[in-house]
Design a protein around this ligand. Sequence first.
Ligand code: C5P
Length: 399
Amino acid sequence: MPQGKKIILGVTGSIAAYKSALLTRLLVKSGAEVQIVMTDAAKEFITPLTLSTLSNKPVLSSFWTDRQSGKWNSHVDLGLWADLFLIAPASAHTMAKMANGFCDNLLSAIYLSARCPVMLAPAMDVDMFHHESTRENIGKLKQRNHYILPSGTGELASGLIGEGRMAEPEEIMDHITNFFSPIRRFENKKVLITAGPTRESIDPVRYISNHSSGKMGYALAEAFASEGAEVILVSGPVEVKPQNQKIVLHSVNSAEEMYNACLQEHAGADIAVLAAAVADYRPAITAPEKIKKSGSHLEIELIATPDIAMELGKQKKPHQRHIGFALETENELENARSKKSRKNFDLIVLNSLKTPGAGFGTDTNQVTLIGKNDVVETFPLKSKSEVAKDIVNAVAELL
Ligand code: C5P
């Protein structure tokens, strides 16, 4: 818990600044002492009065408290005072300044003076987020060992859909709590995770695949890594990227490639989480040249791909634990239970297709866990990172 910790919360100019009010409230409630530092642009989005009331302290944004008498806010004192410098939201502009050492306001001067760890929750529109210059700046800040919190994907204030949403205040709180009192139940454990779809080539330009976004598998990779695990993430083609540097990524395309990568890693793993949506069938023959259009029908013969979970299940050693996923459209529980036993899983995660917001592509999921002795536990709809924590807790109980 951040109880008794001194935290500077830097608020910069982004519409996500409205979430800083809740974040301040949560920090204060957890017992932290919070000093808000706002940029001028941030004041266009949320008033200093809101944040000073919630933090029980005057908000600082300029060097001067009284220009006439020369009373000022010392960025050096503030930088030395804090146990953590959190910037949420961190705009593209502020991150660019931080990355390059610009120092034209109180917030950036504190950044240059601070000796404490720095945590940023980026927030901006999708194209700004993916712009090469923003990527470079974030890369520089990561190299300085600053904590860059993962941004969410979804609807943005502009109406565009994509990456760049600020992490939710509750998620930021989890990162801060973990930062001050890390729970490391998976220290010295190696976790193999499969994620995303596979692509099965029909010819050099076409393939069979599915809508898996990989978000659930990646959220699990982050959750295990944040608790000290060494994570091997074998992933099909997805948009998401791992954030934690402890995650080793093996990018693959086909089920066959995923199978081979998993076989290599499985013997050394303590835990295997099979979250990938592996294609069950692939074209029997991949045409060497692009198939030409001819006639009104085209038949493609499909043959089964290796069932990775099943094969690894056969090789499972007594100390190893396997976690699988199931997505059923009928007799959900019964089918998931039988899959658990057939594939030798210790725990199976049943994804609901019936709950709006759950399943492929979304940032949320609603799951039922079937664990030891087939005990069933159903969870409400949550963000995928929250669902990942529930799954990680259940895995910790299995060990
Ligand atoms: O049989 P079904 O595809 O529904 O089983 C789902 C579980 O099996 C998931 O954990 C999935 O990752 C895994 N699986 C696999 N290899 C396959 C097919 C499924 O690892 N070829």
